[in-house]
Design a protein around this ligand. Structure first.
Ligand code: M6R
Length: 631
């Protein structure tokens, strides 16, 4: 949530900061601000997107070669200029941009007010500026920052400047990412490396409990209690073009179209045609000796990643033959969960920064689980925290609605399943000596995985016509763009897809949508169905469980009998459910557990198209942020 940028060097800071903010806008966009130090601290803020700030800067120049900036997603205090960052102390000598939440800010604020500090905003952040002021003794700004941070309960990634020591940026991290960009004679700070890419690829990631003092000549990294820490400079390998729109009107559409490539990236080098081996570093040398067996698996995630986790859980339980549950991280971490001995916890997160997933992963570890991650953002907090795992290599996902990360997560589960089955066959063979995934089945999975990118390309070509606008998905979107409700139904592996289809529609088009198990429909939601209710039924054939198709065909009958308008997602050549449907979207055949990858693509496109037709920006839906780094 929110984005931070900082600069210190020889050029004017404002253009660099503004440019960085634009790259981070997806993290929050209700207000933004910039502060530079020259003769004192000068600040410009604006409500709304970065463009509003940019416009204001045309009339009010900000000079200085040292500065900080922030784009906000409100937590405490409404989006307004006064609540926008950077925030200052009473005298205006100290300015700070902060991501995270300070939980004890109320008591600190009361104390500071009693001491005579004057507060202007309703934010939690402002207390940090005043606390630093309280401890500042006219030199060693970083020591004042350390003393202030020692009073805080909560999370922060922050950058601060001070008029009395104008040639310094002080940064710190506890629960919210901070990265320092290293270049010749200049340094950058950001909450996300995307902001630094045009300037440098050399970065230093701060860990929780670390801070740094950055000047134009270098930086010193240390713990929050002032002990030096030596940090490696790492190299960013992804490209700027990878985070630009590449000719698409929105990032979301671009990212939907990137799915064949993102899956190729994930599979690359890990599996080969006609081989059952999976080359995954986390399995080849990642499992330490003490992990002798796995008796239960817990998958922890939020939102779309949770939906991918549900697909993963169904698959793993079926093939690995141990209990597997997929939990919403936010619920898991606040009850008293029991982890059986020899548990594996798999945390799934595109950003690797989701606060609840992070908290759940920490708890699972504390309860003794061996922890793995399925994460997209390299170097993110969850990726660093877990004992091993899989990077998705899907490239930056900018659209707030997660698309390519989802399909890659489902594929990652398939790979992990293959790998874990080998591991478990060796360390905890089944009683009858059979393999968990017989070779012929493993070969089939490998074959289907390798053909997935091409099948997604086929779906994209057939259901959505970018140039003419007359694809089936576009026709359906035109028909239903003004509807108030949608129902999505699926069974088995496609139940999570019903949830995902509904979530996509809700978050970007603001239409109320329910995802439901088709089997559960008769226990309640069937009452909603009438001739105004579009019902998306996800029902491709499941060759492994043909009964399941018959059952969902009966559910489709029930919908039709009540006048519901069926939009069916079926396999090419389907001749049963399609006959009951008003609209038919066909996807190629594949293995049941990979159908979610193909069936989700048209649902992503449907949500996208409806949002655009309703005049919404799908990349920046209201009230949402790309990574939810608050609880
Ligand atoms: O970065 P993460 O995968 O941990 O994010 C989890 C959810 O916040 C995320 O999937 C959210 O539900 C998306 N907006 C869905 O499109």
């Amino acid at each position: 949530m929110c984005g931070i940028v900082g600069y210190i060097g020889s050029r004017e800071a404002t253009p660099v900061l503004l440019d960085g903010l634009k790259r981070l806008e997806y993290r929050g966009y209700d207000s933004a601000g910039i502060a530079t130090v020259s003769d004192g601290i000068n600040i410009i803020k604006a409500v709304g997107r970065i463009a509003a700030l940019e416009k204001k800067l045309l009339d009010n120049s900000l000079f200085g070669t040292v500065g900080i900036a922030h784009t906000r997603w409100a937590t405490h205090g409404e989006p307004s200029e006064v609540n926008a960052h950077p925030h200052t102390d009473s005298e205006g000598n100290i300015a700070i941009a902060h991501n995270g939440i300070i939980e004890n800010y109320r008591s600190l604020k009361q104390l500071l007010q009693k001491e005579g500090h004057t507060f202007r905003s309703a934010t939690d952040t402002e207390v940090i500026a005043h606390l630093i002021e309280r401890y500042y003794e006219g030199r060693d700004f970083e020591i004042a920052v350390q003393k202030a941070l020692a009073q805080l309960e909560g999370t922060y990634g922050l950058v601060a400047i001070c008029t009395k020591e104008p040639k310094k940026l002080v940064v710190a991290r506890n629960g919210s990412p901070i990265v320092i960009g290293v270049a010749q004679g200049e340094f950058f700070v950001a909450s996300d490396a995307a902001a630094l890419l045009p300037y440098t690829r050399n970065v230093v990631y701060l860990e929780d409990g670390e801070m740094a003092v950055v000047t134009k000549d270098g930086y010193r990294t240390m713990t929050l209690d002032n002990k030096d820490v030596k940090k490696e400079v790492e190299k960013i390998t992804w490209d700027l073009e990878m985070i630009e729109k590449g000719g698409f009107p929105h990032f979301m559409l671009k990212e939907i179209y990137e799915q064949p490539q993102s899956i190729r990236n994930l599979l690359g080098g890990k599996i080969k045609k006609n081989e059952t081996d999976v080359r995954m570093r986390c399995l080849q040398n990642g499992f330490p000796e003490h992990v002798s067996r796995i008796d239960a698996i817990k998958i922890l995630a939020c939102g779309t990643s949770w939906h991918a986790g549900l697909v993963g859980a169904f698959l793993m339980e079926k093939l690995l033959k141990v209990p597997v549950t997929c939990e919403q991280a936010s619920e898991f971490r606040y009850r008293q969960p029991v982890m059986v001995p020899n548990s594996l916890a798999v945390s799934v997160s595109q950003s690797g920064e989701t606060a609840d997933t992070k908290g759940a992963a920490q708890l699972a570890k504390k309860l003794g689980a061996y922890s793995m991650g399925i994460v997209n953002v390299v170097g993110s907090t969850i990726a660093r925290m877990v004992d091993g795992g899989v990077y998705l290599h899907a490239g930056p996902e900018i659209g707030v609605a997660s698309t390519k990360a989802f399909s890659s997560q489902v594929v990652a589960f398939s790979l992990l399943n293959l790998g874990l089955s080998h591991f478990m066959d060796q360390r905890q063979p089944l009683a009858d000596g059979t393999k968990r995934i017989p070779d012929k089945d493993a070969l089939k999975i490998v074959h289907e995985l390798l053909s997935l990118p091409e099948k997604i390309e086929r779906v994209l070509q057939t259901v959505y016509h970018k140039d003419t606008g007359d694809g089936i998905v576009q026709q359906i979107a035109r028909e239903y763009k003004n509807t108030n409700n949608f129902l999505y139904l699926g069974r088995g592996y496609n139940y999570p897809i019903a949830l995902e289809g509904a979530l996509k529609l809700k978050e970007i088009s603001y239409i109320h949508a329910e995802g439901y198990s088709a089997a559960e429909m008769k226990h309640g939601p069937i009452a909603l169905i009438d001739r105004n209710m579009p019902v998306v039924i996800i029902a491709p054939h499941d060759s492994e469980e043909p009964e399941s198709y018959k059952k969902i065909a009966s559910n489709a009958e029930e919908v039709r009998a009540r006048g519901g308008r069926i939009i069916a997602v079926v396999n090419e050549g389907d001749d049963e459910i399609s006959k009951m449907a008003e609209w038919v979207i066909e996807v190629p055949n594949t293995l049941a557990h990979l159908v979610p990858v193909l069936a989700t693509v048209p649902l992503q496109l449907l949500a996208y198209e409806i949002a655009v037709l309703r005049g919404h920006d799908p990349d920046k839906p209201r009230n949402l942020a790309k990574s939810v780094t608050v609880e």
